[in-house]
Design a protein around this ligand. Structure first.
Ligand code: GLV
Ligand code: MG
Length: 350
């Protein structure tokens, strides 16, 4: 275990010092683009103004014979667009640590566009040792290529071993940005019996007890991902990181996508992946607080200016703890309002 005093030291001479606090950014959706697809890439400058994060995907869903094209396409799209101008994050999902592509992914990207890259998403993270490896390598590359701002690391929680080690992953490095649930790989790794990418399953349900009159028993579908999301949120928030719902694979079922995203939002997640343009509007709707909730939260904050004591509002008890709950909502609303003029109007924040 590293000494606390050394935790924030750069891991290579000349590499930038790690952030003490995460930059405060709105990240309602991490929008995936396939950088080897010329048509999609051409639309990235326009897309960048409409989403919070653009992620160039190099890993799963990119065919083996396109891995190099995807990496080169990512560098080209990073060079062609000024993401910072619209406050949009630029991320990449690199190939897994046990793949033959990861070294070239990092070498080529950091050497050519390291200063434009905000976050590297690392798939199939199993434990803190994976983060330590990436942390050291990124520091060496930052130092070598004169990158001035630390590149953050985002882990995908998508193996049973990763879930078992989630706390240690979250606290492995000050370079950690957060984590996303990877329900497809995680389902496979755990031996779950579903071929879906995220969302519920019609056979995963609870059933009411039989009644004496033999009436049909009430039964309701349950959330397969509740436990993992809760565990991920706790590990992230305990370490000052952000948690995200990952992909929702059924593009034709916007209603189910919205319900799954909303559960994640209510449980503490900051955003989700969007794999299809239709999901961007869903993420915008979900990962911003409800205007009525914001109005009530503002009343709580204003009723207790120093955040202490107890007051009654509409018959509901408020105290130091509910003041903190209200502050989470008001702070998020302010962040959303800065980026989204339409929502800013509905929030009416001063
Ligand atoms: C995402 O990478 C997943 O496996 O769900
Ligand atoms: Mg995966």
């Amino acid at each position: 275990m590293k000494l606390p005093r050394r935790f924030f030291q750069p891991l290579a001479t000349g590499a930038p010092a790690p952030f003490r606090e995460l930059p405060v950014k709105l990240e309602r959706m991490i929008h995936f683009v396939p950088p080897h697809n010329d048509k999609v890439r051409a639309r990235v400058p326009e897309l960048a103004a409409t989403v919070d994060v653009v992620l160039g995907n190099l890993e799963d869903a990119v065919p083996v014979d396109q891995k190099e094209a995807a990496r080169k396409g990512f560098v080209a799209m990073a060079q062609a667009t000024d993401f910072a101008a619209s406050g949009t994050g630029l991320w990449t999902r690199i190939n897994a640590l046990n793949s033959p592509w990861i070294l070239d992914d990092l070498f080529e990207i950091v050497s050519q566009v390291g200063d434009k890259l905000d976050v590297v998403m690392v798939p199939k993270v199993e434990g803190p040792w994976d983060i330590h490896y990436i942390d050291q390598l990124l520091a060496q590359l930052e130092a070598k290529h004169g990158v001035s701002k630390p590149i953050l690391v985002h882990a995908i929680l998508e193996t049973a071993e990763g879930v078992a080690n989630v706390d240690a992953i979250a606290s492995a490095s000050p370079r950690m940005h957060g984590m996303s649930l990877g329900p497809a790989d995680l389902a496979a790794s755990r031996g779950m019996k579903t071929t879906r990418v995220g969302g519920g399953h019609p056979d995963y349900r609870v059933i009411a007890d039989p009644t004496s009159d033999g009436a049909a028993r009430a039964s309701a579908q349950q959330d397969l991902w509740h436990y993992t999301i809760a565990k991920m949120v706790d590990a992230c928030m305990a370490n000052g990181l952000k948690a995200f719902y990952g992909p929702f694979g059924d593009f034709s079922d916007g209603e189910a996508c919205e319900a799954q995203f909303r559960n994640a939002f209510l449980m503490g997640c900051a955003g989700a992946w969007t794999l299809h343009p239709n999901q961007v509007a869903i993420a915008k709707r979900v990962f911003a607080p409800d205007p009525a909730e914001v109005a009530f939260a503002v009343r709580i904050v204003e009723a207790m200016p120093d955040g202490t004591g107890a007051v009654m509002l509409d018959g509901k008890m408020q105290d130091d703890a509910t003041w903190k709950q209200a502050k989470v909502i008001v702070d998020l609303a302010r962040l959303v309002a800065e980026k989204d003029p339409e929502l800013a109007k509905t929030y009416g924040l001063k």
